[in-house]
Ligand binder design. Structure first.
Ligand SMILES: [Ca+2]
Ligand SMILES: [Ca+2]
Length: 188
């Protein structure tokens, strides 16, 4: 128990330094409204826009190419653990109901989720419905004013740092996660 507390305290004290590795992501910088981290194993950088909220289309365009492609359970867990660790220092604030847009949508065909390069261009990468981290009752395409839910978020529904997937209304403004390729990097 004490070991766990000590580790948590140490992580809390030191995570903010550039180069610190958290959940296999290298912390690079705190830009005020977003945090930059590098996945050096896969040569991908991430921007966690925790303090800026946009609709899914706006976020996808703001990312350029593109919102985060998270179609792999180990990658999902890597990002989730990073958010949870950084939260220890009160950074990627994730109160109950906090959500981050990622790049998947079923706007082209209901319940067929694919990742988009920008708001209109499919990357051709799909997100399987059997993908483990969906909430048990999601995706549900819940209707509001005749509009279903077509965009995917990493959602902390219950406020317990769980962060599973959910489909939500694309027009809702949320925080979001961008990704970008790392130059001068070779995948391991
Ligand atoms: Ca839908
Ligand atoms: Ca939903």
């Amino acid at each position: 128990m004490y070991c766990v507390i000590v580790i948590v305290v140490l992580a809390n004290l030191f995570w903010t330094g550039s180069g610190v590795v958290i959940s296999n992501l290298e912390f690079k910088s705190d830009e005020g409204n977003h945090i930059v981290a590098h996945d050096n194993d896969n040569c991908i950088g991430y921007e966690f826009w925790f303090d800026k909220k946009m609709s899914w289309d706006e976020a996808a365009d703001a990312c350029g190419c593109k919102l985060a492609v998270v179609n792999d359970r180990s990658l999902f867990n890597k990002l989730r653990r990073f958010i949870n660790q950084v939260m220890l220092d009160n950074r990627l604030q994730k109160p109950k109901n906090k959500g981050y847009w990622i790049g998947a949508s079923d706007k082209a065909e209901e319940l067929s989720f694919e990742f988009y390069c920008d708001s209109s261009t499919s990357s051709g990468i799909t997100l399987p419905l059997e993908y483990p981290p969906w909430y048990e009752d999601q995706p549900n395409n819940h209707m509001r004013d005749g509009i279903g839910q077509n965009c995917v978020q990493m959602w902390n529904r219950d406020g317990n740092n769980a962060f599973k997937l959910d489909d939500d209304w694309c027009a809702d403004e949320k925080s979001f996660i961008c990704q970008f390729p790392l130059s001068c990097c070779s995948p391991k």
